[in-house]
Design a binder for this molecule. Structure first.
Ligand code: SAM
Ligand code: SF4
Length: 330
């Protein structure tokens, strides 16, 4: 089992399998993005070796993210391999964070591969606003994809980024809508990652503590003992019976219980989403195979920091964490 210097057991890895995406969400990317040359990406076979090595070292949960994980060519090959491990009990779970754009055609295959749960990112139920936020996305495509996923038997959690002046008036309606469809929902604060063009983080930032107290006037929110492998704190919405999570990196630091690390599609291991220190697992794997990879993982976990460096302030002109969210995934 991998244990970091602060005694936290690391049994969860999130892998960004591509930095590319078919959307350009305003808080995640600038409209003009330069993506990595495909030749720099770990191959699907290399990704599988890394996953299996982490599993040998105690990893029980793997989340694939991106960019948009489902637009990576032949990604089902990796998902089937990991899904088989989950079916055999060698992993607790293989989950995917997706924008939902590919689900109409892929949901059934995902379910057959052994995926049981998806996080779908959806910030609004208004078609025009959806296109304003995602720049390139169509709301109906995502809603159809979510319906296909539900038909295929996949449980869905909706990830909503709270955006000041954009979707703050809709969050109560979204809680009701998720309740009606049987989806759990998590509300996330904007994190200052990467430069995003003309907009600034201060303009987007809405503290989730404010969102929570507003929702508490509309709904009965009962603290839930439920704890996912992620950083959300949960309540049960008594009116709908569904769980509602809050991820509050800015207003409430969740680092003390952090059990995860993240790898980019080029094999850089980030020990913290909010720090720049990283280790090149691709270099280790390509130079010395699995033994060198294991050594590199152990050495990297020994450097996992106590907490993140996020801060949003008007004085700041550039993002404290330079890489965009699509590099390390959410
Ligand atoms: N493309 C997939 C999706 O959108 O679900 C997976 C990758 S996306 C980077 C993962 C999550 O990060 C999404 O829920 C997205 O809303 C969230 N995200 C992106 N940039 C963010 C930011 N700056 N602050 C907070 N959440 C962000
Ligand atoms: Fe793409 Fe997800 Fe980033 Fe939106 S949040 S641009 S869907 S990677």
């Amino acid at each position: 089992m991998l244990t970091d210097p602060f005694g936290r057991q690391i049994d969860y890895i999130r892998i960004s399998v591509t930095d590319r995406c078919d959307f350009r969400c305003v808080y995640c990317m600038a409209e003009e993005m330069t993506f990595l040359p495909k030749s720099e990406l770990l191959t699907l076979e290399e990704l599988e070796i890394v996953c299996r090595t982490f599993m040998e070292m105690g990893t029980r949960k793997i989340r694939l993210t991106g960019g948009e994980p489902l637009v990576r060519r032949n990604i089902m090959q990796l998902i089937r391999a990991l899904g088989a491990e989950a079916k055999a009990g060698a992993l607790d779970e293989v989950t995917i964070t997706t924008n939902g754009s590919q689900l109409t055609k892929m949901a059934q295959q995902l379910a057959e591969a052994g995926v049981t749960r998806l996080n779908v990112s959806l910030d609004t139920l208004d078609a025009d606003k959806f296109t304003l936020i995602t720049r390139w996305g169509k709301l109906q495509t995502v809603l159809d994809g979510m319906a296909a996923a539900q038909d295929a038997g996949l449980a869905i959690k909706v990830n909503v980024v709270a955006l000041k002046g954009v979707n703050e008036d809709e969050l109560g309606d979204m809680v009701r809508w998720c309740g009606h469809h049987g989806y759990d929902m998590t509300i996330i604060e904007v994190m200052p990652m990467g430069d995003i063009g003309n907009e600034t983080r201060v303009d987007q930032y809405l503290p989730v503590s404010v969102v929570r107290s507003r929702l508490a006037q509309e709904f009965t929110l009962t603290d839930s003992p439920y704890q996912s492998a992620g950083p959300a704190r949960y309540v049960t919405v008594e009116e709908t019976g569904q769980r509602l999570g809050f991820i509050t990196p800015m207003t409430h630091n969740f680092c003390e219980s952090c059990n995860r690390v993240r790898m980019t599609c080029t094999g850089q291991l980030y020990m913290c989403l909010g720090q720049d220190d990283n280790a090149s697992l691709s270099t280790a794997l390509r130079a010395g195979g699995v033994p060198a990879l294991k050594d590199a993982i152990i050495e990297a976990i020994a450097r996992k920091p106590k907490g993140h460096d996020f801060m949003i302030s008007r004085r700041q002109t550039s993002a404290p964490v330079g890489r965009h969210m699509n590099v390390t995934g959410g």
